[in-house]
Design a protein around this ligand. Sequence first.
Ligand code: FPP
Length: 260
Amino acid sequence: MRNDLGLSAGVTAQDDGVPRHVGIIMDGNGRWAAARGFPRLEGHRRGVKALRRTVRAAGELGVKYLTVYSFSSENWRRPPREVADLMMLLKRFIRNDLAELHGNGVRVRIIGSRDELMPDIRNLLIEAEELTRDNTNLTLIVAFNYGSRQEIAMAARRLAEDAAAGLLDPKLIDENLVASRLYTAGAPDPDLIIRTSGEERLSNFLLWQSAYAEFVFLPLHWPDFDGAALEQAISIYRGRQRRFGDVAAHSAPPSAMTGS
Ligand code: FPP
């Protein structure tokens, strides 16, 4: 099945061993700051710098999709001051970096619920997506107010609504149709998920999409992440055998994927 971006669903990895799609759980900003006696905001600020370095490095290495977990739907539980700081950093990132991203051929997409966001942020997100929509070097997907369970529930609800309205035969609901209703519709599944700071969990990030991803957990905190760390993670990824349920290794999932 081909989707709206002309990509074959499920076909992800590239033959040169560079993961086509990398997802990153940018963890450890608070611990990085605490270890230096800085406020948490300083850790997040340095986190934005690390993000900038990583986007550049990903483009240079030939990664085509980079998805970063910037604010989860659970992050609203943080103190209001920190939530406000993270909103402010997103705004600044888009305002300050949009021109450079656009100049470097980066297409920006933001995934997650926009309902709870302030109108000024919502407008900035639309502006970033519209300005960069035709760029093809790298797609930067910023997961902001994103939660994977909510995303899957939303997809199920939309399919149920279509079925109830008589627009869709429930018998036609398969993996591709569910994937086409997720925020990530049109992007290939991630090949590699990186989490920094030594934690080893997904925390509601790309649960559906990472069914066959390789996971690399690095001990460094996110503000210390850079191109060398990305290369290290990719080198670990290259050493993995991806079998997609088969006994033999594959560089991309077989088209009719039913394996475990
Ligand atoms: C996790 O560190 C990081 C976050 C919750 C936010 C990630 C945000 C950035 C990298 C900067 C903002 C970027 C944009 C584009 C808005 P943590 O605070 O959970 O660290 P800790 O586990 O050590 O406390």
